[in-house]
Design a protein around this ligand. Structure first.
Ligand SMILES: Nc1nc2c(c(=O)[nH]1)N[C@H]1C(S)=C(S)[C@@H](COP(=O)(O)O)O[C@H]1N2
Ligand SMILES: [Mo]
Length: 545
């Protein structure tokens, strides 16, 4: 290869890289501007959040289930990182296109703006056309920047020998490549790119911090909540409902440790002072709208209730027990003139709607059958944390969260199962889903290596609204042996159990099963979480030293 060719290739490589870089910078600028504008509009309208939300809604149930299993509560982080990675790749492609065709590259950026705008305005909680602003503003800035940067990368006119008609040429000018000079405006590019990167970073950081600081009204309204003493306090938790065994889940789950499962990429921050709940629909004789202050003035009940997620695998972490305080839902419904189907009411499904567009359907019969179904205002002695549904959420003992526990609720509609499929039912989950009898070994952990001698095997078991009657443990293929049960709080709460095992050295499999108060033994038949919750028995494999 001649020296000139080497030089030429070298220069092309730089130019190509600069093209890719301008694509990335344009993408970065677009997202940064969108972030800044979303702080002025609303954080949920940002393109990554909007596209992520749309992706969540369209993800097939098995994939979503896999993601929850694989990434747990980080699933949303992983999703957003994935979207950013795809965007980065596409931005590079647009940058390369812009090297040859500036307008086409810029148009490509605008197209992404349109996609972001469509996603944002198409969300179920969309505030309307203003939600398009972050995507549109970002795309316009990104497109303009790509056009500008690509302009710096355009090949400079190559000075050649002057036409013969002119006076005799002086020394023939050497082409820039020969001279090792860039054939494009390298200096101009570097200056423009650096300025663009700095400005974008500034806009992005500012937008981020504004978004993070947002929701001040909501935060202030939460800080201002004073939960009144309940008219009906939780019956005192019996002594001995909490075992003193190391490694077992605490009987009450602290709010910080309480599992979180929802589709919200941005946790809704609702201002309780302007929040309203509307109750309407079939058989609602008196349509009602209540404020948070009005709920606080109603007689409140306080109950310990164990919540569980249908996506929880056997042995999984998506179950927790909290002390909720709130308004008995059946009372409120009765005030509105609602009757359950068994008393001739026309509606058999209660559909709760959240501010973020989630819909959750529960059987009216269950909600009004005397169980402590409530509109919860407090969790473990404080107003609901934002992530757990502030200002108000539903809690219904005995039903999986996706058919009962609507967070950030704003609307209750009485309808029928025939007439309406809520969010998860549209995605192949069961219409009705009572919680299955389950038990979990918390300690020892899988692959633990305890010493031979007495090893405490312990965990929790739950069968909300039926209650746990018995827990048994089996070592390898041995007989089922009764575990000691902590005192029962209520049949809506889980029970801790423990089993002192005289462990002999070698490898062992420990398996647990629970029996609920209807006499039903936890089945050994394994099912997937879809459509109505995992069944099967939890076991752990350990080696005793
Ligand atoms: N608005 C809204 N409410 C929701 C959900 C959701 O995605 N959005 N998820 C439900 C599911 S699947 C469960 S298991 C519970 C979880 O409540 P937690 O996050 O407070 O533990 O909330 C329920 N309520
Ligand atoms: Mo769930």
């Amino acid at each position: 290869m001649t020296e000139r060719k080497v030089l030429r290739r070298h220069i092309d490589w730089w130019r190509t890289s600069a093209g890719a870089l301008s694509g990335l910078l344009a993408g970065f600028a677009a997202l940064a501007v969108a972030e800044l504008v979303s702080a002025a509009v609303r954080p949920e309208a940002g393109p990554v959040v909007a596209v992520g939300g749309a992706a969540i809604d369209r993800t097939p149930a098995p994939v979503k289930d896999w993601a929850i299993r694989q990434f747990g509560t980080d699933d949303k982080l992983v999703l957003q990182a994935g979207i950013l990675a795809v965007l980065a790749l596409l931005a590079i492609v647009l940058g390369l296109i812009a090297l040859r065709r500036r307008r086409l590259g810029a148009a490509g950026v605008l197209l992404f703006g349109v996609i972001g705008a469509l996603a944002a305005t198409g969300r179920p909680d969309s505030a309307g056309i203003t939600d398009a602003l972050p995507s549109v503003a970002g795309a316009v800035v990104g497109a303009a920047l790509l056009y500008l940067l690509a302009g710096r990368l355009a090949p400079l006119p190559v000075p050649t020998a002057v036409p013969t008609a002119a006076p005799p040429a002086p020394e023939p000018t050497r082409v820039p490549a020969d001279a090792g000079q860039p054939a494009w405006d390298r200096r101009g590019f570097i200056i423009a790119a650096t300025a663009a990167a700095a400005a974008s970073a500034g806009a992005g950081v500012l937008g981020r911090s504004l978004n993070a600081a947002g929701g001040q009204d909501a935060i202030a309204s939460r800080n201002g909540v004073k939960l009144p003493a309940p008219a009906s306090a939780a019956s005192p938790t019996p002594k001995g409902s909490a075992l003193r065994v190391k490694g077992v889940s605490p009987f009450m789950t602290p709010n910080e440790d309480f599992y979180r499962v929802d589709t919200a990429l941005v946790v809704p921050k609702v201002d309780a002072t302007s929040w309203r709940l509307r109750i309407h629909g079939k058989g609602v004789a008196r349509e009602t709208t209540v404020s948070f202050a009005e709920l606080l003035r109603m007689p409140l009940i306080e109950r310990n209730i164990t919540l569980a997620c249908v996506s929880n695998e056997v042995g999984g972490p998506y179950v927790g027990n909290a002390r909720w305080i709130g308004v008995r839902l059946a009372d409120l419904l009765t005030q509105c003139g609602v009757r359950p189907p068994s008393k001739g009411g026309p509606a058999d499904q209660l559909v709760a709607r959240s501010v973020d567009g989630m819909t959750i359907g529960s059987p009216v019969e269950d909600v009004m059958d005397g169980r402590d179904a409530m509109l919860a205002l407090g969790m473990n002695g404080e107003p609901l944390p934002f992530a757990h549904g502030f200002p108000v959420r539903m809690v219904v003992p005995g039903l999986y969260g996706y058919v009962s526990a609507c967070k950030w609720i704003k609307d209750i509609e009485l309808t029928t199962f025939d007439d309406y499929d809520p969010y998860w039912v549209k995605r192949d989950w069961a219409r009705e889903a009572p919680i299955k009898t389950q038990s979990r070994i918390d300690t020892p952990k899988p692959f633990a290596r305890p010493k031979a001698g007495t090893v405490m095997v312990a965990g929790v078991a739950w069968a909300q609204h039926r209650g746990i009657d018995k827990v048994e443990v089996r070592v390898d293929d041995g007989p089922w042996q009764r575990a000691e049960l902590a005192a029962e709080d209520t049949r809506d709460t889980w029970r801790q159990w423990s089993f002192p095992w005289r462990a002999t050295s070698g490898g062992h499999t420990l398996t647990v099963r629970a029996t609920d108060r209807t006499g039903e033994v936890q089945t050994e038949k394994r099912t997937r979480t879809i459509p109505d919750g995992a069944s099967g028995r939890h076991s752990v494999v350990i080696t005793v030293d």
